[in-house]
Design a protein around this ligand. Structure first.
Ligand SMILES: Cc1cc2nc3c(=O)[nH]c(=O)nc-3n(C[C@H](O)[C@H](O)[C@H](O)COP(=O)(O)O)c2cc1C
Length: 227
């Protein structure tokens, strides 16, 4: 927190011309930890996004995002600790996203971020060991995209909260899929590791799609939805 507030943020604002607003992604090992981070951020950023795919250290290690009651509790605690717009970033590996969407809504979240990574494992068969030192990790990128589109679609049917969609966006088509499924905005993660220019290309490609299909804006595209 100290490093982020005292070094990272000031350096970002000093070095990025017309620096876009920052959404700070936060996590914790316990409910109070999340609230404490939100309080310490104050109004240093434009919004807070809660990563609830973290083990609940106090309550046996299940993640906060895999029990709607616990999710309600942790989102309520952060809601009470900040006046900033509050996004909750949900995990897709649940039987249905709907109870989790409701818990966020009931606890006062302003928006949803969908989706976080999916727990996954790769084994090096020659060495007979997991490929990554941690044993397993979070799957992202192209493989998770159809999973994310379905979660966005199901969440949209259950809520009017704004949805920030992410998961395997590499080109405009991927982003348009999310918007047609009901997302209000789209984020790019893994694709940036191989192509830092991808955001500009996706942005321009969405504009082309809107022009070709007669949508005056991204909001019109989201509202138009599926046929
Ligand atoms: C290396 C890496 C680190 C990540 N760290 C976080 C994190 O700290 N908090 C979080 O909420 N999500 C984290 N994510 C998940 C991404 O933000 C995103 O939800 C997910 O990767 C799907 O989008 P993508 O396919 O565009 O990467 C991370 C993903 C990757 C690949």
């Amino acid at each position: 927190m100290d490093h982020f507030l005292e070094i990272t943020l000031p350096r970002y604002r000093a070095t990025v011309p017309d620096a876009p607003p920052v959404i700070a992604n936060i996590w914790g090992g316990a409910v109070e930890g999340y609230a404490e981070v939100a309080r310490r951020i104050g109004d240093a950023v434009a919004a807070i996004e809660m990563n609830v795919s973290c083990p609940n250290v106090k309550e046996g290690g299940h993640t906060f995002g895999q029990d709607p009651k616990v999710l309600f509790e942790v989102v309520s605690a952060v809601r009470a600790a900040t006046k900033l717009p509050l996004f909750v970033k949900l995990a897709p590996n649940v039987p249905s996203i709907v109870p989790y969407v409701r818990a966020c809504e009931d606890a006062g979240a302003d928006a949803l971020s969908l989706i976080n990574t999916i727990p996954a494992m790769v084994i090096d068969v020659e060495r007979r060991r997991p490929v990554i030192a941690n044993g397993s990790g979070g799957l992202s990128g192209r493989a998770v995209h159809p999973v994310a589109v379905k979660v966005v679609h199901d969440a949209r049917a259950a809520t009017k909260l704004p949805i920030l969609a992410m998961g395997g966006v590499y080109e405009a088509k991927d982003a348009v899929e999310f918007l047609l499924a009901g997302a209000n905005a789209v984020a790019v993660g893994t694709a940036l590791f191989s192509d830092p220019g991808v955001v500009a290309a996706v942005h321009d490609g969405i504009a082309d799609y809107c022009a070709r299909h007669g949508f005056a804006s991204v909001a019109a595209l989201t509202a138009g939805g599926l046929q």
